[in-house]
Ligand binder design. Structure first.
Ligand SMILES: Cc1cc2nc3c(=O)[nH]c(=O)nc-3n(C[C@H](O)[C@H](O)[C@H](O)COP(=O)(O)O)c2cc1C
Length: 322
């Protein structure tokens, strides 16, 4: 029997295949397709302090091997979530990671306080990286600014015992540098990464397809980019890296682990086939068996540690100056 267990942010997870935020509801919606007890964890749709309507339609468009979305964190707010979703999540049979985002330092703290219920959930995924909302006047993403990352994580850490997984954006020059700051500011793990910013244009109307113009690209199109981001982060931090981006198969999951991920999240694949998480897990198990790997966690970082590999851009910064 292969040992699939992984330990992340001080918690034990039965396996490394998790459902990604925003593509799995809070699990209840997918219960008739997936035996929730089999997956490693459910990462819930991002919750905010107050209710949000989200962005106006259209919200998604297919691209070559990918999906652009502009959902904009539609949800009913943290209080509602605790009252209406925690009872289900507490008995769903697997680990629960609650994702939340906020827009001011005070809101981050309030959200953490409302969503902390003793030792529940198993972890918070701090969404520092949604490309479809505006944070303050700069309209940038929190995870594009080291100081903002530090401020948010320190503030949240001060008010909750629940472990923190910082979800980063790949839309930066050096994700390793941001991961290092997240680690030193209290993140118990980093999730790499959210969607890549992209644009769709309607040639017929000659206008941008989305009202907010810029949207988030996910799916197989981003996999090689996400693998690099995972490798860059893994080489610079000691805390575990959770890999995300275009995982459609168990082999994809294995590739992320080989690049340094301790666990992976499956996102867009679930929108195509609601059973994707279970299938990815089965295929990963098959791969481990074929390769004679007895413990899934032994895959982590194997391809990132090999001798003779060029160093990540962030370690090489001086030589990359043009
Ligand atoms: C429709 C949609 C909604 C998403 N909503 C969220 C969200 O609420 N919070 C979040 O952190 N990430 C959200 N994401 C990003 C995914 O969790 C994931 O990071 C990204 O899609 C890359 O993984 P994938 O290629 O497997 O989808 C969303 C993605 C999609 C496609």
């Amino acid at each position: 029997m292969t040992d699939l267990t992984v330990r992340i942010a001080g918690k034990n997870f039965k396996n490394p295949v998790w459902a990604a935020s925003g593509t799995f509801g809070c699990g209840e919606e997918l219960e008739r397709f997936v035996d929730l007890r089999n997956i490693g964890a459910i990462v819930t749709k991002t919750v905010t302090l107050g209710e949000r309507e989200g962005n106006p339609p259209p919200r998604v468009i297919e691209t070559a091997s990918g999906l652009l979305n502009s959902v904009g964190l539609e949800n009913k707010g943290a209080e509602w979530f605790v009252k209406n979703k925690y009872p289900f999540l507490k008995q769903c049979g697997t680990n629960v990671v609650v994702s939340f985002a906020a827009f001011t330092p005070g809101e981050w703290v309030k959200c953490a306080e409302i969503l902390t219920d003793g030792d529940f959930p198993d972890a918070f995924e701090i969404n520092l990286s949604c490309p479809n909302v505006s944070y303050g006047a700069a309209r940038g993403l929190v995870a594009q600014d080291k100081r903002a990352v530090e401020k948010v994580l320190r503030a949240v850490k001060a008010v909750t015992r629940v472990p923190l997984i910082a979800k980063l954006t790949p839309n930066v020059t050096d994700i390793g540098e941001i991961a290092v700051r997240a680690e030193s500011s209290g993140a118990d793990a980093v999730a790499v990464a959210n969607t890549f910013q992209g644009v769709a244009v309607d040639a017929e109307t000659m206008k941008p397809y989305f009202k907010r113009v810029v949207a988030g690209l996910s799916g197989p199109a981003i996999k090689p980019l996400a693998l690099k981001a995972v490798m860059d982060a893994y080489r610079q931090v000691k805390v575990p890296v959770v890999g995300i981006g275009g995982i459609m198969t168990g082999i994809d999951a294995a590739e992320f682990m080989l690049c340094g991920a301790a666990a992976v999240e499956v996102g867009t694949a679930t929108l195509r086939d609601p059973c994707s998480c279970s299938r990815v897990l089965e295929e990963l198990q098959e791969y481990l068996k074929t390769k004679g790997v007895k413990k899934a966690r032994e895959l982590t970082g194997r391809a990132a540690k090999q001798k003779g590999l060029p160093r990540a851009i962030s370690k090489n910064r001086k030589r990359n100056v043009i």
